[in-house]
Design a protein around this ligand. Structure first.
Ligand code: PXP
Length: 245
């Protein structure tokens, strides 16, 4: 038994877009992650294209050799893109323009009538359907009713909580994961996970996949900053050597 690690490369595109350059390239980042042992790559195409853009999604589809999970809101525009690009899986997420990142899970209990048609079209197209939901048994049941193959449990509240609150959030995640597993759903988890808080999530029996972005990119900054400064110093030294020719 293992857990699939899917790396979310959105933040690489965030850095690129901050300067309007072509680097750092999230597609190149995806290849590095795959070489390092990631089981899949996740990217979120947002309505405002603040990080990943349409061309990235097409290039990711062409270049990913492991598994491509496209996160998107359940809208007609996104559905059209998903049906054209055909990622291996689509994770439906809630999206509000003003939020900084995905806040809360998709409400598939109250939103079943609007989310349902999008779910049906994805399932008919043979794309694995995952629903990003809160650790709530009613949401799990509704996801099952909508025909999802997988649920992704929102771990944000667990990650933000401390002490007793964290233990309570963990218990909710365990209960939701068990209910999903009993219904034959695959269980993923994501949002806010770090090297420090992921272990208790990995210990939950049914959890088969995690989607992690922010903390991996943050760790990569410190893993790579030392060599980036040394490489820049070496480039300067090469220039200085040219002065003396
Ligand atoms: N899973 C889903 C459904 C998400 O929306 C996000 C954030 O885009 C993540 C996982 C990754 O969260 P983080 O960047 O905090 O690791």
């Amino acid at each position: 038994m293992t857990i699939r690690l899917h790396v979310n490369v959105d933040h690489v595109a965030t850095v690129r877009n901050a300067r309007g350059t072509v680097y750092p390239d999230p597609v190149f980042a995806a290849a590095v992650c795959e070489r390092a042992g990631a089981d899949g790559i996740t990217a979120h195409l947002r309505e405002d294209r603040r990080h990943i853009n349409d061309a990235d999604v097409e290039r990711l589809r062409e270049r990913i050799t492991t598994f491509f999970n496209l996160e998107m809101a359940p809208t007609e525009e996104m559905l059209r893109i998903a049906l054209k690009v055909r990622p291996d899986a689509v994770t439906l997420v809630p999206e509000r323009r003003e939020e900084r990142t995905t806040e809360g899970g998709l409400d598939v209990v109250r939103g079943a009538s609007t989310v349902g048609p999008v779910c049906r079209r994805l399932i008919e197209a043979g794309i694995k359907l995952s629903l990003f939901i809160a650790a709530d048994e009613a949401q799990v049941e509704a996801s099952h009713d909508l025909g999802a193959a997988q649920i992704e449990l929102h771990t944000g509240e667990y990650c933000n909580a401390t002490g007793k609150g964290r233990r309570e959030q963990l218990a909710l995640l365990v209960r939701a994961a068990q209910r999903a597993s009993a219904r034959g759903l695959e269980v993923a988890a994501g949002h806010g996970l770090t090297r420090h808080n992921v272990t208790d999530i990995a210990a939950i029996g049914p959890v088969a996949e995690v989607n992690i972005g922010h903390s991996i990119v943050a760790d990569a900054v410190f893993g790579g900053l030392d060599s980036a400064v040394r490489d820049m110093r070496a480039a300067l030294e090469r220039g200085i050597a040219l002065r003396n020719l």
